[in-house]
Design a binder for this molecule. Structure first.
Ligand SMILES: *[C@@H]1O[C@H](CO)[C@@H](O)[C@H](O)[C@H]1NC(C)=O
Ligand SMILES: *[C@@H]1O[C@H](CO)[C@@H](O)[C@H](O)[C@H]1NC(C)=O
Ligand SMILES: [Zn+2]
Length: 333
């Protein structure tokens, strides 16, 4: 009898451990959105960043060109690289800036698709939880914004990551800005968790194309330049799991930069409204293939073996294009 109760205690203990382990790993799994594609094995989408200014600074002109390209490519969705609402995010879920900078600007039929968005540093200056609120979907059903999440679009998986908390300067020298860090503190634990969740999701991915998207650049020849902490903490993970593209905004320009040590490509699309900053750094670097200081956006066309990236300016002209064929890449190696 004594032996039985001892065994059952051990059993209870083991069950408790298994429960703790499984609930801990469940809490570190990124929310995943399954986005069914057209069924012909292709996926087309647009990428825009740093845009919400009630149509000003050519935001409306960029929107018109997105309409045209979106229709031509019959896009599946739009990705936003953050800084969605200027200057200070949304003040709350009823802030008219949401409708005036999003719903009333991207009105075209071709843009009535899901918009998957991350937060940028400006978004953290408002009521950060407003943009994350499912209530906004009642106002405009296109809006999907979470801190970090995964879009599973069959041939591609897109890992959306919250990079703003990685920039220490927003915490140590916020200047006259007030950041809403609810849900982020303590910062070190938050960052460790983002990296752990990303690595887990990447390690489990079987998608043909792996894309990671955040607000801040890993590599940029624009005003803000490279983000050292992302070079240190994200880049090794992206290389390890054969990520094809890292996409971001933050610098108000369009860029295409290659990694020097892997096939990874850095694609910057942060030119949704205010641009022409005029203070570029290192555009003559060997790894920088394209830099456009003005407004514009990017399109991505994928098949299971081919990728085509195009960058458009405010007039809708293609300023840069780039292809990758996975078949060629592999047979060459
Ligand atoms: C809008 O785009 C036009 C054409 O490139 C440019 O001349 C103008 O300066 C832009 N306006 C702003 C505010 O950036
Ligand atoms: C790039 O891809 C497009 C569309 O698949 C194709 O028409 C074009 O020939 C490709 N260009 C190169 C250089 O492979
Ligand atoms: Zn930014």
């Amino acid at each position: 009898m004594a032996k039985f109760s001892k065994n059952s205690m051990v059993l209870c203990f083991l069950v408790a451990i298994v429960f703790v382990i499984s609930s801990a790993s469940a809490s570190t799994r990124l929310k995943k959105f399954d986005h069914p594609t057209k069924g012909d094995g292709t996926l087309n989408f647009l990428v825009i960043g740093d845009w919400g200014r009630r149509g000003t600074y050519n935001q409306s002109h960029v929107a018109r060109q997105m309409e045209r390209v979106g229709e031509k490519l019959d896009i599946d969705f739009v990705l936003s690289t953050g800084d969605n609402f200027y200057d200070n995010g949304l003040t709350g879920i009823h802030d008219s800036n949401f409708v005036e900078s999003f719903t009333n600007i991207y009105t075209a039929k071709s843009l009535q698709k899901q918009w998957y968005s991350v937060l940028g540093n400006h978004d953290y200056r408002g009521d950060v939880e407003a943009q994350l609120s499912p209530y906004l979907r009642k106002i405009d059903s296109r809006w999907v914004c979470l801190r970090s999440f995964v879009v599973n679009a069959e041939i591609a998986e897109i890992f959306m990551v919250d990079t703003t908390p990685f920039e220490e300067k927003y915490f140590t020298t916020p200047k006259d800005h007030i950041y809403d860090w609810r849900g982020v503190l303590p910062r070190q634990a938050y960052m460790a968790n983002v990296l752990k969740e990303l690595e887990k999701a990447l390690s489990e991915s079987t998608a043909k194309w792996k894309i990671v998207l955040g607000h801040h650049a890993i590599r940029s020849a624009g005003h803000h330049g490279d983000t050292q902490i992302l070079v240190d903490r994200f880049l090794p993970i992206l290389r390890k799991y054969d990520v094809d593209f890292y996409m971001n905004g933050h610098d108000h320009c369009l860029e295409h930069i290659s990694d020097t040590e892997s096939p990874l490509q850095f694609l910057v699309s942060g030119a949704g409204s205010k641009a022409w900053r005029g203070d570029t750094k290192g555009i003559n670097r060997d790894d920088v293939h394209f830099f456009h200081d003005g407004q514009g956006f990017m399109s991505v066309e994928l098949t299971p073996t081919e990728a085509e990236i195009k960058y458009y300016d405010v007039f809708g002209s293609v300023r840069h294009r780039w292809n990758r064929s996975k078949l060629l890449l592999h047979s060459a190696m």
